[in-house]
Design a protein around this ligand. Structure first.
Ligand code: OGA
Ligand code: NI
Length: 365
C-alpha cells in the first residue's frame, strides 16, 4: 500500500475511542469489573503515552518527604510545616489526633465497598451525585485522552453532609466518624499554615476554607499491564488542602526537583498536600505540587481516602492575601470567585499544573 492510500484509509480504520469509553461506562463496574472478568490485556482506552509512564524514581539522592509530629504545636512545628509546604508541597503528619484504629477501619470499609457484589456496587454507579454520594471510574473519563486504573467512591462531607441513607452502609459509620476527626485536623493544619504565612491562625478558617469538604475513596486494583497505564495521572489538587490516608501498598509519587519521589506508606500517618488555591492565596509561599499514582502491579488492591478542603463561600473573591503581598513581592495572581475557579478545573483533564497558571497575572490565555 502506498503511503497516500494509507493516509486516506486511516480515518476509517481509526477506532472510535468515545464508543469504547461509553461501553466501559455502561458496565457500571469500573476497572474492578475488568479485573474480575479475568482480562490479561488492558483495553486501549487506558493506554497512556510513553512520556507519562517513564518511571524513574531516583529516591537515592532525593530528600524524603518530611514526617512531622503534631503532638505539640510549637513554633518549631509551624516552621517545619512552612518549610515543607513551600519546598515539597507535601508532608506526612503523625500524632495528628485521629485515632489510628479509625484510619484502619476506614481503609477496610472503603475496600469492602469496592469489593461489594456487582449488583450492589452498580446501584451506586453514577457521574452526578445523588444526595451527595456517587461511585464512578475516573473523574475525568470523558475529558481525558487516556483513562487510568482506578475507581472512586465520592461523598460530600461539607458544608452539608451527604444524606446519611445514601452513604453505603458498609462504610457509613467509619465515614461519619472520619469527617468529625478530619475537620478537627483540618482546623489544626490551617491554623499552622496560616501562622506560617504570618497571618492570624484563624485566617483560612474565616475564609470558609474548612467548610467545603469532599471525600474520595479510591480503589486501585491489580493492573495486568502496569507499564501501559497509570493509577492516577499526574496532577495538582485544585483546592486549599488535601488530607490523604493511604494503605500500606504504596504507589503515590510527588514531583520534586524534576524527579518523582515516593511517598512511602507510614502506618498511622496522614499525607497532607497544598492545593492550587492555597498556592494562590499564599502568593507562591506554599506550593501545590504535581503527584501521581502508578498503576498497581500487585495482586493486592491499593486503597486511599482523600479529603479535599475547599472554601464554602463560593461567590467570595479569592486571590493572594494582602498580608503576603508587598512592593517587593507583588501579587502573582488575579482575584476570582471559587465558582469560576472550580468550573475551570472540571473542564479539563487532570493535567499537571495548568490551573494556577490560568489565574496567574502572566496568563495571556
Ligand atoms: C487525588 C490523589 C492520591 C492517592 O485523589 O487527588 O492524588 O494516593 N490521590 O490516591
Ligand atoms: Ni491529588
Amino acid at each position: 500500500m502506498t503511503s497516500i492510500s494509507n493516509a486516506v484509509s486511516q480515518p476509517i480504520l481509526a477506532y472510535d475511542r468515545r464508543e469504547d469509553v461509553m461501553k466501559f461506562e455502561d458496565t457500571k463496574l469500573g476497572v474492578k469489573g475488568l479485573v474480575d472478568s479475568g482480562i490479561t490485556r488492558i483495553p486501549s482506552i487506558f493506554h497512556h503515552p510513553q512520556q507519562n509512564l517513564v518511571n524513574s524514581p531516583n529516591s537515592v539522592d532525593v530528600d524524603p518527604i518530611p514526617v512531622i509530629d503534631l503532638s505539640d504545636p510549637t513554633p518549631d512545628v509551624v516552621d517545619q510545616i512552612r518549610k515543607a509546604a513551600g519546598k515539597f508541597g507535601f508532608f506526612q503528619v503523625i500524632n495528628h489526633g485521629v485515632p489510628v484504629s479509625l484510619l484502619d477501619r476506614l481503609v477496610t470499609g472503603v475496600r469492602a465497598f469496592h469489593e461489594l457484589p456487582d449488583e450492589e456496587r452498580m446501584s451506586h454507579y453514577r457521574r452526578d451525585p445523588v444526595n451527595g454520594v456517587n461511585y464512578f471510574s475516573n473523574v475525568d473519563l470523558f475529558v481525558s485522552k487516556a483513562a487510568s486504573w482506578r475507581d472512586t467512591l465520592q461523598l460530600r462531607l461539607g458544608p452539608i453532609m451527604a444524606d446519611i441513607d445514601a452513604i453505603p452502609p458498609i462504610c457509613r459509620s467509619e465515614i461519619l466518624e472520619w469527617d468529625k476527626e478530619v475537620k478537627q485536623l483540618g482546623e489544626k493544619l490551617m491554623g499552622l499554615l496560616s501562622q506560617g504565612l504570618g497571618v492570624n491562625a484563624n485566617k483560612l478558617e474565616e475564609m470558609s476554607c474548612l467548610g467545603g469538604r469532599v471525600m474520595v475513596g479510591h480503589y486501585y486494583p491489580y493492573c495486568p499491564e502496569p507499564n501501559k497505564t497509570v493509577g492516577i495521572a499526574h496532577h495538582t489538587d485544585p483546592g486549599i488542602l488535601t488530607v490523604l490516608l493511604q494503605d500500606q501498598v504504596g504507589g503515590l509519587q510527588v514531583k520534586h526537583d524534576g524527579k518523582w519521589v515516593d511517598v512511602k506508606p507510614v502506618h498511622g500517618a496522614l499525607v497532607i498536600n497544598v492545593g492550587d488555591l492555597l498556592q494562590i492565596i499564599s502568593n507562591d509561599k506554599y506550593t501545590s505540587v504535581e503527584h501521581r499514582v502508578y498503576a498497581n502491579p500487585l495482586h493486592e488492591p491499593r486503597v486511599s481516602v482523600a479529603v479535599f478542603f475547599n472554601p464554602s463561600m463560593r461567590e467570595n473573591l479569592y486571590g493572594p492575601l494582602p498580608e503576603v503581598v508587598s512592593a517587593e513581592e507583588p501579587a502573582l495572581y488575579r482575584e476570582f470567585t471559587y465558582t469560576e475557579f472550580i468550573t475551570r478545573f472540571f473542564k479539563k483533564e487532570l493535567d499537571g499544573k495548568s490551573l494556577a497558571k490560568y489565574f496567574s497575572l502572566e496568563n495571556k490565555e
